[in-house]
Structures are given as C-alpha cells and as structure tokens.
Design a protein around this ligand. Structure first.
Ligand code: T5A
Length: 211
C-alpha cells in the first residue's frame, strides 16, 4: 500500500500517545503494513529533543519565555523533524503516524496563546511546505478531563500549568478547525480507551475503502 501520513491531535491527556501505538498495531495486524514510523512532537531528532526540553520546561535561570520565542522553537523543532525524518521516511515508502503536528500549533499557539494568525500561517506555510496529513484524528476531551488525566504526573510542564481558560481556547480552536477541514475526524475521547480505539479502527476501515 502507498505511504500515508496520519496525525493524532488533542489536549494533553486526550490519549494521543496510546492511540498512536494502537493505530500502528492495527495497521500491522489488519492491513499488513509493517513499514511504520511514529513521531511525537515537539521532538524526534537530537536538535528537536533539545528544543522540546526548552519548550516544556524553559531555559536557565527561569528566564521568561516570550510567546513568539516559544512559537519559533516549536517550528524549528518541527522543521528538523520534517526535513530529517518525516520526508525521508515517506519517500522510502514508510507510513508516518504523528503524535501531534502542525494543528497543535494552530490550536495552542493560535488559540491558546492568541498569536497573530497571519504570522502563524506564514510560518506554517514556510515550514510545512505543502506537507500535510492525509488524515487527522482529533481526540476531543474537555480541559477538566485533560487536567484530571495528567494531574498525577510528578511535575506539570510550563504549558500544562496554564489555566483552564487557556485550554478552553485551545479546544475551541481545535473544534473550529476540525469543522472546517474534511481530513480531520473528531473522536469523542471521553469514552473508554476501548471505545475510542474501535471508533478509530472503523474510520480507518472506511478510509481504506474510500481513500
Ligand atoms: N505543544 C506541542 C504546543 O503548544 N504546540 C505544538 O505545536 C506542539 C507540537 C507537549 C506539549 O507541547 C505543547 C502541547 C503539550 O502541552 P507532551 O508531554 O508531549 O507535551 O504532551 P502531550 O503530547 O499532550 O502528551 P500527553 O502524554 O500529555 O497526552 P496524550 O498522549 O494525549 O495521552 P496518553 O495517551 O499519554 O494518556 C494519558 C493518560 O490518560 C489515560 C492513559 O492511560 C494515560 O494514563 N487515558 C485514558 N483513560 C481513560 N479513558 C481514555 N479514553 C483514555 N485515554 C488516555
């Protein structure tokens, strides 16, 4: 089967990492797809992983991170990942399953941080340079459920410590974009993991029949 680029999106704790691995397993078992690469943003190359630490935990001496600096670090990490990992893998025929991609920046930096949409779109166009997912699953949960799923972690990162109003804006932005783009499938991720997985498998089955 031809290579495909599938991405999983949603708030922190929506189940993206769990579902990314389940999709990979389903594609192998059900469709015999063995050449699969999974990614998780921000990160995925040595430089991107370095930037991930800065994005999540900040730099030395607790220097405040400007929202535009955060945006630029996220896009620098993404550019490294696209050019050094995603594009070469797709061109070798690999399927790529991305745990977050560009839609995260539209939702978190555009919605949550309220960064100028023109700047965001200009960067996005330049960095992704026509690379766009064939299919995106948006796992929808409320900010309250998001917090309850991640609260047991030892230390919440900079972004996870934002107030509920920030995540309300992120979610609204995700929902708006999902309603506008036909390659985004919204999944009710308040269901059990088994129900979420089955909903996704049925969409994948349908997608294979109607590419
Ligand atoms: N960010 C990232 C931006 O601001 N802009 C960007 O452009 C990008 C790419 C990344 C941070 O960076 C921000 C967003 C993030 O704040 P991260 O640690 O990588 O930080 O965070 P996430 O990508 O959100 O990963 P998480 O691990 O926090 O969430 P997941 O992957 O959605 O959730 P998962 O699968 O790890 O599950 C979390 C817990 O919930 C349970 C799981 O078992 C697990 O315990 N769970 C469920 N329980 C019951 N029912 C379900 N349906 C469940 N689904 C999951």
């Amino acid at each position: 089967m031809d290579n495909r680029f599938i991405t999983i999106e949603g708030l922190d704790g929506a189940g993206k990492t769990t579902i990314t691995h389940r999709i990979s397993k389903y594609l192998k078992n059900q469709y015999g797809v063995t050449n699969i690469l999974t990614t998780h943003e921000p990160g995925g190359t040595p430089v991107s992983d370095f930037l991930r630490v800065l994005i999540k935990y900040g730099g030395p001496m607790n220097e405040p991170i400007n929202n535009i600096s955060e945006l630029l670090m996220i896009y620098a990490a993404r550019l490294q990942l696209i050019e050094n990992v995603i594009k070469p893998s797709l061109s070798k025929g690999y399927w790529v399953i991305g745990d977050r991609f560009d839609l995260s920046s539209q939702a978190y930096q555009g919605g949550g941080r309220e960064i100028d949409i023109l700047l965001l779109h200009a960067l996005s166009d330049r960095i992704t340079n026509t690379l766009s997912p064939d299919l995106t699953f948006y796992l929808d949960i409320s900010p309250e459920l998001s917090i309850s799923r991640i609260n047991h972690r030892q230390k919440l990162d900079r972004i996870e410590q934002e107030p509920l109003s920030f995540f309300d804006r992120v979610r609204s932005c995700y929902k708006k974009l999902a309603s506008e783009r036909k390659n985004i499938v919204t999944i009710d991720a308040t269901q059990s993991l088994e129900e979420v997985s089955v909903s996704i498998y049925r969409h994948l089955d349908w997608w294979f029949l109607h590419p």
